[in-house]
Write a new protein. Structure first.
Length: 403
């Protein structure tokens, strides 16, 4: 497919449709434009997620290759070094160690305890939105909900939260896009530097005066006399910020959009004929916020009838796999009562999303409240713009009319 371009407007607007033919004819495909393998079928994506020959450690090799010379911008290098500490970019046993320590501060009980606060916050944001005839659902409800919850969990003071939202927007392209020329990251790196400096102060503050928040819990997390280092604390705080904010906000907006375009499914949800827990899994399958995860071939090996070489980049295209007709009946239809949905929206295996319970809690509170509170909600325009990122499936904005 010589004209294939994974960053073309058509691919960004409708990745499931754009890659459907490739998924059917060549599910493991070498893309010479981006010098990467594209894996698109459900079967092959699941196999790759479970295959240890696909490495999640894609940041450290990039630092070594692109950012080790004397001309490298130190702020760009710092930004990538912070990313390299994220557990999602670690291999075993480092990944298991970090995940175990973080899970001590991110327990099911601690997530369940947030339910009332999340529901109250949802109601207050929706109340404020209801005073307007039209609004941007992302900016007015979804983003404030998720950013406030993760900020409160981390222990960020109220007055500092607008800075968090700005830093998140500054750094988002670095987190959500495939690696490329480091020169384009200079502005992003300055945002990461501000975020790093801020978290360094908060870590020291809560180390000296512990409080009931995630930073304090991470500082004291201890398993067999093992603790997170300062660099690991910094990496984990930034990971939780991005994982707990942007991804879930996109899940909320994408799900409401799907309901606006499928009024019969909206009626099922609002009428109580489908449980929100069941519906959420279908939302994740149909238009989840995670579009692609990136891996690197650890060695030369055969996969899906193709020969992969050590060091080659691999795009596991979750959104395309989640519409595979070999895995799902009528995959292009939103069916909230589909039942057990074996989607890959939260990943799989040891790298299954640690924040999935929080995402389910927030989205499970927000989505039904939005569609029930605004029974005549509709899009202000069908001319939607999707973010031009490889990893993220989200809208730039979602302007709606309340009724």
């Amino acid at each position: 497919m010589p004209d294939l371009d994974i960053m073309s407007p058509d691919a960004i607007a409708d990745p499931q449709g754009y890659f459907a033919n490739l998924r059917a004819t060549r599910p493991v495909h070498w893309d010479p434009r981006y010098r990467s393998w594209l894996i698109t079928s459900h079967r092959h994506v699941i196999a790759a997620l479970r295959d240890e020959r696909f490495s999640s450690n894609r940041i450290e090799p990039y630092i070594t290759k692109k950012l080790s010379g004397p001309d490298a911008d130190p702020l760009v290098r710092q930004a990538f070094e912070v990313l390299s500490g994220w557990m999602v970019f670690k291999e075993e046993p480092a990944h298991h160690r970090l995940r175990m320590l973080c899970s001590l501060a991110f327990t099911p009980a601690s997530i369940a305890a947030l339910r009332t606060r999340v529901e109250v916050l949802c109601d207050s944001l929706i109340d404020a939105a209801s005073a307007r005839p039209a609004f941007d659902l992302l900016r007015t409800i979804a983003n404030p909900l998720t950013s406030t919850v993760i900020a409160e969990m981390l222990g960020v003071p109220v007055e500092d939260r607008p800075r968090f939202e700005r830093w998140t927007l500054d750094v988002q392209p670095l987190v959500s896009t495939g690696l490329d020329d480091p020169n384009r990251y200079e502005g992003i790196a300055r945002g990461m530097d501000s975020l790093v400096r801020y978290f360094a102060g908060q870590i020291e503050r809560y180390r000296a005066e512990p409080a009931d928040n995630l930073i304090s819990a991470l500082v004291r997390a201890n398993a067999d006399q093992d603790r997170l280092s300062d660099a690991e604390l910094m990496a984990t705080c930034t990971l939780l910020l991005f994982g707990g904010q942007e991804t879930t906000a996109n899940l909320i907006a994408n799900s409401v959009l799907a309901l606006l375009r499928h009024p019969e499914q909206r009626a099922l949800l609002c009428g109580g004929q489908v449980d929100i827990k069941t519906a959420l899994e279908e939302f994740m399958r149909y238009e989840g916020p995670g579009k692609t995860v990136i891996r690197v071939a650890r060695e030369d090996f055969e996969f899906g009838g193709q020969r992969l070489r050590a060091g080659q980049r691999v795009f596991l295209m979750l959104s395309v796999a989640n519409r595979d007709p070999e895995a799902f009946e009528e995959p292009e239809r939103l069916k909230l009562d589909r039942g057990a949905v074996r989607h890959v929206g939260f990943g799989l295996g040891s790298h299954f999303c640690l924040g999935a319970p929080l995402a389910r809690l927030e989205a499970g509170a927000a989505i039904p409240r939005i569609v029930e509170r605004f029974p005549n909600l509709r899009l202000a325009t069908e001319a939607l713009q999707w973010l031009p990122f490889i990893s993220t499936r989200g809208l730039r904005e979602m302007n709606v009319v309340a009724g």
